[in-house]
Ligand binder design. Structure first.
Ligand SMILES: *Cc1c(COP(=O)(O)O)cnc(C)c1O
Length: 499
């Protein structure tokens, strides 16, 4: 144990101020704001400081410390070669204000990344500006809004979402000022075309949906859904958080979508969690391209004069779309995240298709392994599989409602029990349409052995005395917290004894 504030080193150790700052008498800080007492900086030597942060890192759980089957979030292995490439001086030290002819390397990476994503999505133009999936959603919805405004179709004020949608979909549309129309899913969790046809009309701006959907099921009727929305004059928006299931196999363009976002930090690796940093590029069909936020990386053949400066025969440059909605992020988005994902894609190449195939195979293997184990020890009646007789895509849902009814074991109990067995918990209570939902996504890089062992542990949790399980987790640095209390009573400072 080596807590930062538990060291009481000599005064003025552990930090030093640069020379030449104004002294007390000539302070530029307004009088009322000047400290009366010296700040209680921790006083540590360098090794104590190192121990503190190492100690903190060991209290964390991450993809590098264990299996992380967090559904919907795609927490996959992040190859270290990405870091090496992102930290090359020619990339990491670039200043965003450098003139274009000094930026040909970065621009070529941006250009290639846009182009690769355009092909994967079946879209005509990608922008790398947004830095999260949710921001991509908002950006695309705003582009759609401007598109209709320019066409004089201001009456399109509604966005349709299925009741299984990720919360960011209705939130992004609402932020742009749209009214949300929610449609119920069918019994099997898929889109209800009749319910869609009943609400799609001349007030519809767009439908937002992901495929495979949030239950990990492929929406086979997606082209029919696109046709219904297009016939009503609306646009189709693809939530790309589930790209890990379909890359190189099909594309939103083929399904009839007009706009998509990518979560590069999910599909293309990039350490994420804890709020960032991420990258949420969007791709659109040609009719929406003039509204994208700039700058976009573009390419043209250089003039003879330019050729003398250019690093290769192509001349890359930044481009502002004609009717751009404006920037949604400073500079060129999260360049570091884009570079890591570019490095990842360059290593995989056409193997990205294999990545998706393995992600789907692993999910279905794990799903069946859990059933097999549950049957073996006789607890297979304690959960319901969201995919049932179907094939799941890269993730699947289990409803713990039967376990709750029979034993009082909730999805939250199972999640906490898994923490004690050294796993990150799967996603719980999402999507909302599945009662006591657990959503599991193994990703493509986990071995058969890891999946088999996890299946055993998962099922074993259901055999624990419910009274004992309610106490879990007992092995983690922090036990089960009262989440409502924690959210309402934020404590963001160190509690000094005398404070
Ligand atoms: C993660 C996710 C989002 C939002 O993406 P962020 O990058 O976290 O903002 C949207 N939809 C689905 C289905 C997701 O899983």
């Amino acid at each position: 144990m080596s807590h930062l504030f538990d060291h009481h080193g000599a005064e003025n150790t552990g930090y030093s101020q640069p020379q030449g700052l104004p002294t007390k008498g000539q302070a530029t800080v307004p009088k009322g704001l000047i400290r009366k007492n010296q700040a209680r900086w921790p006083r540590l030597s360098e090794p104590e400081m190192v121990r503190h942060y190492t100690w903190l890192s060991k209290r964390n759980f991450g993809i590098d410390t264990g299996f992380y089957p967090l559904g919907s979030c795609t927490m996959k292995h992040n190859p270290r070669v990405n870091e090496v490439i992102a930290q090359l001086p020619g990339i990491a030290d670039i200043h965003p204000h450098l003139p274009e002819h000094h930026l040909q390397g970065l621009l070529s990476i941006y250009y290639e990344m846009q182009h690769m994503l355009e092909i994967c999505a079946g879209m005509d133009q990608v922008t790398l500006q947004p830095v999260a999936g949710a921001q991509g959603e908002f950006t695309a919805v705003r582009c759609i809004q401007e598109y209709f405004r320019l066409r004089g179709e201001d009456q399109r004020t509604k966005v349709i979402v299925p009741d299984s949608a990720h919360g960011t979909n209705p939130a992004s549309a609402a932020m742009a000022g749209f009214e949300i129309v929610e449609i119920p899913s069918r019994e099997d969790g898929r889109i209800d075309l009749d319910a869609l046809a009943a609400v799609a009309d001349e007030t519809t701006a767009a439908m937002m949906i992901t495929n495979p959907n949030t239950l990990g099921l492929f929406e086979a009727d997606i082209s029919a859904a696109s046709a219904i929305v297009h016939a009503a004059g609306g646009q189709m928006y693809y939530d790309g958080a589930n790209f890990n299931a379909i890359l190189g196999i099909t594309s939103p363009g083929l399904m009839g979508f007009d706009a998509v976002h990518f979560n590069l930090h999910k599909t293309f690796s990039q350490p994420h969690g804890g709020g960032g940093p991420g990258s949420g590029p969007i791709g659109v069909k040609a009719h929406l391209a003039p509204f994208l936020p700039g700058p976009l990386a573009a390419r043209r053949t250089p003039t003879a004069e330019e050729r003398s400066q250019a690093v290769d025969e192509h001349w890359y440059h930044w481009l502002e779309p004609e009717h751009s909605i404006g920037k949604v992020q400073q500079w060129h988005g999260n360049a570091g995240a884009v570079i890591r994902c570019w490095a990842y894609y360059r290593r995989y190449g056409n193997g990205l298709t294999t990545m998706s195939e393995h992600a789907v195979l692993n999910a279905n293997y794990l799903r069946h392994a859990i059933h097999r184990e549950a049957k073996r020890i006789g607890v297979d009646h304690l959960f319901i599989d969201g995919a049932e007789t179907d094939i799941a895509k890269h993730e699947f849902t289990l409803s713990m409602q039967p376990a709750k009814d029979a034993l009082g074991i909730s999805a939250m109990d199972v999640a906490k029990g898994l923490l004690d067995r050294g796993y990150m918990a799967p996603t719980v209570y999402f999507p909302l349409v599945v009662p006591e939902c657990m959503m599991i996504e193994p990703t493509e890089t986990e071995s058969k052995d890891t999946l088999d062992t996890f299946a055993k542990h998962f099922v074993e949790v259901l055999t624990v005395d419910p009274e004992v399980l309610h106490q879990a987790p007992i092995t983690t640095p922090v036990r089960r917290v009262d989440e409502v209390y924690a959210a309402r009573n934020l404590c963001l400072r160190h509690p000094f004894d005398d404070a």
